[in-house]
Design a protein around this ligand. Structure first.
Ligand code: CTP
Ligand code: CA
Length: 227
């Protein structure tokens, strides 16, 4: 009912959202992941759909229902997430990266379960850096000439404002959203900081869906202003 009365600020637009953690396999049984629930990204996908957009949600392993009317692509690893995202962004107008992408993956995935050898020695795992999906997309031509509006998220444990400002510039994106601590994995509410070229603005604590709707409105306003 509420959605019905919302203004369709993204009508005719295509939006791609990454959400959830990634899972980086060590062997067929085990892997490295993190506590991301995917709730913020799923809420943004839902809000963008409510606002009239055609939405593709690239989701890592999470146990959440797909928002109504949203096209979902399930992935596990960061490299799969990058491939699915690159397949979706060429005709998109907005890219919102909420995924908690694993920064590193085990260099090798064992074909078989790694077994204890009885000596008490623990295996050593070598890691390789994963691709930065947001930075890769933001460096593309359509993002650089303003045809694809890129939004990043950052969860920091300390010095949020300074880190968020630096991260926005490093990634080359117009808008970075900071999760204001304490870290809210799996919670239904959140508190956000919007960091753009003009400065910093707070979205006070609210449910992730309410914040997602506010963020969608902010994105639409910035797109209108830049055209
Ligand atoms: N991101 C991404 N691909 C990665 C790492 C991050 O797309 N390999 C995106 C996240 O989805 C988020 C933004 O980049 O929108 C910031 O992620 P974050 O982990 O805070 O930044 P990093 O650049 O990885 O730096 P660090 O973890 O060292 O703070
Ligand atoms: Ca990271």
């Amino acid at each position: 009912v509420i959605a019905f009365f919302q203004r369709k600020v993204l009508a005719g637009r295509r939006v791609v959202v990454t959400a959830g953690p990634t899972f980086e396999a060590l062997d067929p049984i085990r892997g490295i992941t993190n506590h991301s629930s995917g709730k913020m990204g799923f809420a943004i996908a839902r809000a963008a759909r409510e606002a009239g957009a055609q939405v593709t949600l690239v989701a890592g392993p999470v146990s959440l229902a797909t928002p109504r009317g949203v096209a979902r692509v399930n992935v596990k690893s960061a490299r799969e997430m990058l491939a699915a995202t690159q397949a979706a962004v060429p005709d998109a107008d907005v890219f919102v990266a909420t995924a908690a992408v694993a920064d590193w993956r085990p260099v090798a995935e064992a074909d078989q379960k790694i077994k204890k050898d009885g000596s008490g020695a623990a295996p050593t795992v070598a890691f390789a850096e994963n691709p930065d999906i947001l930075a890769t997309v933001a460096q593309g031509e359509r993002a650089r000439n303003g045809a694809l509006f890129c939004v990043g998220f950052a969860a920091e444990s300390h010095d949020l404002v300074a880190h968020a400002k630096a991260k926005r510039e490093r990634k080359g994106i117009p808008l970075l959203v900071g999760n204001i601590g304490p870290l809210t994995f799996g919670q239904d509410d959140n508190q956000l900081l919007l960091v753009d070229a003009q400065g910093v603005r707070e979205l006070p604590r609210a449910s992730k869906l309410v914040l997602a709707r506010q963020l969608v409105a902010e994105i639409a306003a910035r797109m209108a202003a830049s055209h």
